[in-house]
Design a binder for this molecule. Structure first.
Ligand SMILES: *Cc1c(COP(=O)(O)O)cnc(C)c1O
Length: 428
């Protein structure tokens, strides 16, 4: 991989490595510019973006309508703080509530901030409406969760590297096994105010819920007067072929967290959405954010929603996702047993790699060399989450590269006898 880099790339990589905190380990591609589903590096090499910035670029890079909306707003006003009203926040919130079916929305910036908002809301709601003593509220969370990186959120991560050395950790969280209702019941107690869960576990490796789990969870939450909060920061806004992943489960949550694609690929825009009675726990001075819901972010967020709707990107995600998964399964059959599983919903796909043959990272690097951007999660899963604007032609191009990389890797990982045979075949 490194060998393919020329000096220009290495200069940029060197500066980030030298002056940046070392909290990331990027793939060695230095992105210079991008358009829709394509990205070019500083050497002029072209890549298909199958990562989509973890769903933040669901509209494709620099979508012309969203850029135009941003430019228009940049000619007017960008940031005023919430000390005043503006002309873009109201229309943005109105559209957001209409699309999601929630009564009210609280705008923030990053996904983690919207999750924090949800946690504060759930605790206050538990205290005020359920009479749980303040400080005793408990929120049930899934093992293998990912909800962001603040100190409170990592307190309930089951990932050791996210938590270790960052104590004292926040209490008030209890774990259940994703997809297991018995484990939910076992974790619950009289102080349980909410269940906070991803509809599909992304970071854990695009883990789909077992059939019927969410329907049961919904029933249980209602019966026990527990708030069901779904984190759809990555799964929401068309990623899974529905507007929201909970639609696949035939349920509605009491509250929801959105982020990533809500910023149209331009800005951090997130929101916490809830039923009327739940959102009432926030009164003036109880919560806020200087940048949350700023005029520029609201203009961009509104246009991001309109583009998804008017360009039919949600149904497109369903169709292209089916196609991507089907094509990847062809490669799976051919590259047996390197690929253990191809799973996903809509344009959100996890390819599970058998560690006996390769790490996911090795394949991700091979894909990058072949002009395809992806990212591993843990050691064994390659995650694909391209812009929802991806075409069948680009998917074919990606699958051809993936097939080549997978077969080469499989060959290289086979015991010595196999290369000898292929050598004989090659010379025959
Ligand atoms: C990315 C993500 C977050 C955190 O969002 P940030 O914008 O990185 O803070 C929270 N929840 C889920 C499910 C995510 O995928």
């Amino acid at each position: 991989m490194q060998a393919a880099n020329s000096r220009k790339s290495n200069d940029f990589i060197g500066k980030e490595a030298r002056y940046g905190a070392r909290n990331y380990q990027p793939v060695h591609v230095v992105v210079d510019h991008a358009k829709d589903c394509l990205v070019w590096d500083v050497e002029g090499r072209e890549y298909v973006d199958m990562m989509g910035a973890y769903s933040a670029v669901s509209h494709g890079h620099l979508h012309p309508r969203i850029v135009a909306a941003a430019e228009k707003q940049l000619g007017r006003v960008a940031v005023t703080s919430r000390a005043y009203y503006g002309t873009t926040l109201g229309p943005f919130l109105e559209k957001l509530c209409q699309l999601t079916g929630f009564a009210r929305a609280l705008p923030m910036n990053t996904g983690a901030e919207a999750v924090e908002t949800a946690i504060k809301c759930a605790r206050r709601w538990g205290h005020r409406t359920k009479g749980i003593a303040d400080g005793q509220q408990e929120i049930l969370v899934a093992r293998g969760n990912f909800h962001g990186r603040t100190s409170t959120i990592v307190s309930f991560s089951s990932e050791e590297s996210y938590r270790s050395g960052f104590g004292p950790l926040s209490g008030g969280f209890r774990h259940f096994d994703f997809g297991d209702m018995d484990s939910v019941r076992a974790a619950a107690g009289p102080n349980t105010c909410a269940v906070l869960v991803e509809t599909i576990q992304g970071e854990a490796g695009v883990v789909l819920p077992p059939e019927g789990f969410f329907a049961e969870l919904r029933k249980w939450c209602t019966a026990n007067d527990v708030m069901l909060i779904l984190d759809e920061v990555q799964a929401g806004l068309g990623r899974t072929g529905c507007w929201f992943a909970f639609e696949h489960e035939g349920i509605r949550p009491d509250a929801m967290i959105l982020g990533k694609a809500l910023g149209g690929g331009l800005l951090p825009v997130s929101a916490f959405l809830a039923r009327e009675d739940i959102m009432q726990v926030f009164e003036p001075n109880s919560h806020g954010s200087t940048f949350g819901g700023n005029a520029l972010a609201a203009a961009v967020g509104l246009e991001a929603l309109l583009v998804l709707e008017e360009e039919g990107l949600v149904t497109r995600s369903a169709a292209m996702g089916d196609y991507l998964i089907a094509r990847l399964r062809e490669v799976q059959a051919e590259a047996h047993p390197l690929i253990r599983d191809v799973r996903g919903r809509g344009l959100w796909v996890g390819v599970d790699i058998d560690p006996a043959h390769a790490t996911a990272r090795e394949l991700v690097e091979g894909l990058a060399e072949g002009g395809v951007l992806s990212k591993e999660t843990h050691d064994t899963v390659i995650r694909f989450a391209p812009p929802l604007t991806i075409t069948a032609e680009l998917i074919d191009r990606v699958v051809a590269v993936f097939r080549q990389v997978a077969l080469a890797r499989l060959d290289a990982s086979k015991p010595a006898a196999v290369p000898a045979q292929s050598l004989a075949a090659a010379t025959a």
